[in-house]
Ligand binder design. Structure first.
Ligand SMILES: CSCCC(=O)/C(O)=C/O
Ligand SMILES: [Fe+2]
Ligand code: NI
Length: 186
């Protein structure tokens, strides 16, 4: 199940735990983050390409493009047999920002976003059907786990797609990785 944990940025102590889509959405709205639960009612094989997934979700993706002015969309699809799974995982593990507002829609699988806002860190465990925004310039990192399983549509307000500015902080090392997070909080 989707889950939100709210930690001090030191990573110390026990986080506040928020469960349930509406409660998570309300809490994240307080920091300008959009969280929605959608129907992810299509299933795809492990080899489904980006075009197949974008075509299946063409209508809601078009709606988001019109509503928020998104210019481009891509699909990140990683399974436990992906030959570059470790490289892909590492790419997102360090704290970074994006200069544009982005939305991610989890078509299948799961992943753990950490959003760093003011002196708090919000751990958002996303699963199939979850839509999460990362507002422009929000510090964050993401863990897909050692045995990743996710298909996620990403929408960007620029044509360039995913461009990250790394903050150089090691804050991500103070917070549980996906496997530990599931063990402790899920
Ligand atoms: C779940 S989408 C892949 C991760 C990503 O796009 C991002 O920006 C992580 O910080
Ligand atoms: Fe990011
Ligand atoms: Ni532990």
């Amino acid at each position: 199940m989707s889950l939100l944990t709210v930690h001090p940025e030191s990573g110390a102590g026990t986080p506040e735990i928020v469960r349930g889509g509406d409660a998570i959405a309300a809490r994240l709205a307080g920091i300008g983050v959009l969280f929605e639960r959608w129907q992810a009612n299509r299933t795809f094989g492990p080899d489904a390409g980006a075009d197949t997934i974008l075509t299946a979700y063409a209508e809601p993706v078009e709606r988001l493009k019109r509503k928020y002015g998104f210019e481009s969309a891509d699909v990140i699809s990683v399974g436990p047999d992906h030959p570059q799974k470790s490289e892909l995982r590492s790419r997102f593990l360090s704290e970074h920002t994006h200069s544009d507002f982005e939305v991610r829609f989890f078509v299948e699988g799961r992943g753990l976003f950490y959003l760093h806002h003011a002196d708090r860190v919000y751990g958002v465990l996303c699963e199939g059907g979850d839509l999460l925004s990362v507002p422009a310039n929000t510090r964050h990192w993401f863990d897909m786990g050692a045995e990743p399983c996710l298909k996620c549509i990403r929408l960007f307000t620029t044509a360039e797609g995913w461009v990250a500015d790394f903050t150089g902080s090691d804050i991500g090392d103070r917070f549980p990785r996906l496997e530990d997070y599931l063990k402790h909080y899920a």
